[in-house]
Design a protein. Structure first.
Ligand SMILES: [Zn+2]
Length: 150
């Protein structure tokens, strides 16, 4: 498997693509993210999930180009698709690989309210969040609070 050497390797590639696509990046970070593979803001801030470093290079490149194209095309419409195809060829195949990796991983789940559902794990919410035992509303009560002399 053709993987990434390290974070720097990945970031270098991001900057290469950014130059190629004419995207001005303000900041670029690779860090652990729980819910998605990448995010970008119109101000030029880019974040990539550090877990991408463990995946194949091609898959990482897919995420890079996907995200960078959103600077000029904020949706996944026809234009975006044709640009993706122009730069990456059969990008759907890469997307599939990415989604599969997500399922193999643990902590990915769909988080609502972001403009980029494509870069999130597609599987449904899965098991319901295990109900945290709710405490009685008068939380001042605590059986073992002797005199803590606060
Ligand atoms: Zn997208």
């Amino acid at each position: 498997m053709n993987g990434w050497r390290d974070k720097t390797d990945f970031k270098t590639r991001v900057l290469e693509w950014a130059a190629k696509l004419g995207v001005k990046t303000q900041s670029l970070a690779v860090r652990p993210m729980r819910n998605k593979w990448a995010s970008c803001s119109t101000a030029g801030h880019l974040n990539f999930n550090a877990q991408l470093l463990e995946l194949e290079r091609e898959v990482g490149e897919y995420v890079i180009v996907h995200e960078l194209l959103h600077f000029s095309v904020p949706n996944h419409g026809k234009l975006w698709k044709s640009l993706m195809r122009a730069h990456l060829g059969d990008y759907e195949r890469l997307d599939e690989r990415l989604q599969r990796s997500a399922e193999a991983g643990e902590n990915f789940h769909v988080a609502g309210g972001n403009m980029d559902p494509a870069l999130k794990k597609r599987r449904g919410a899965g098991r319901p969040s295990h109900g945290s035992t709710r405490h009685a509303s008068n939380s001042s009560f605590s059986p073992d609070s002797m005199d803590a002399s606060a």
